[in-house]
Design a protein around this ligand. Sequence first.
Ligand code: HEC
Length: 296
Amino acid sequence: MTGARFGVLAAVAAVVAAGCQTERRLGGAGDPARGAQVAALAGGCGCHTIADGPVGAGGKKIPTPFGTFYSTNITGDRDTGIGTWSDDEIDAALRRGVLPDGAIESPVMPYYRYAGMSDVDASDLIAWLRTLKPVARENRPHEVSLPFPRLAFRAWRLLFAPSVETPRVAPKDGIERGRYLSDHVAICGDCHTPRDRFGAPDDDMHLAGIEDGPLGETVPNITSDPKTGIGKWDESDIVSVLEMGMLPDMDNVQGLMGDVVDGVAGGPGYGNANPEDLKAIAAYIRTVPPIVHEIE
Ligand code: HEC
């Protein structure tokens, strides 16, 4: 083969490889039992469940600066849920923000955080989703206050979605596992990290808390700053919050944190996760650099 032809082939291969990276496939059916563990670490995908349940049937009202959104039905109902979607279609929605009709999801769905979830964890999580009881509940249309929402969400993804590596398998243990779980499965930063005026996460303020956070809740600073964060807590204090929702002063966490710990309407939450994983998360949180940010 001549050098020139080889060069052309290599270029084509590079383009195909790049294409494969964005058009990533799961590569195999998942394990629903392992998926239940992933679901627990993902707070039971609790935004998709209202307090009265049923699990995964959607309908939770999520007010944002860009309009009011309603979480969608992710049960296997064929008409109103995702029963007719393939695993790869569910994966595209979960980790790339792409819906089966090609539209891009609004950033209210944190696909850009799940983008770093491993292929194995994503396929197991999808296998678990398929075990949810199918519920016929129509999705409620979002009330978006942007002129061209389809374009806006596409542009948002292009401009603001952080680019992250998608591992084939997750780190097995230690701080690396804790970082992986908190950033890409339990998505602590989805609530604990402030956003800029475009709704993009402000990475310089990673986990530094927000006064007016999701659903208007006050979200504490969980960086290791001893005064304004949780720098004085030890690892077991953090594990107690994740496992039982119990704070060092014996008070209980409320609101959204209560939901992700306990699960919503009988669904799983952090409290159902493997204790070793909760320890890994706590060990990682202790390493988060201190940011002085007083939350009232
Ligand atoms: C869905 C939103 C949400 C997610 C996801 C979330 N949190 Fe929270 N978290 C909150 C809110 C809101 C509070 C305040 C609860 C209260 O005031 O009772 C809180 C409180 C806490 C506290 C208590 C801090 C203090 O000073 O009282 C800790 C620790 C904590 N979260 C850690 C985490 C970790 C670690 C993760 C990821 C594994 C996480 N949170 C994921 C919303 C969230």
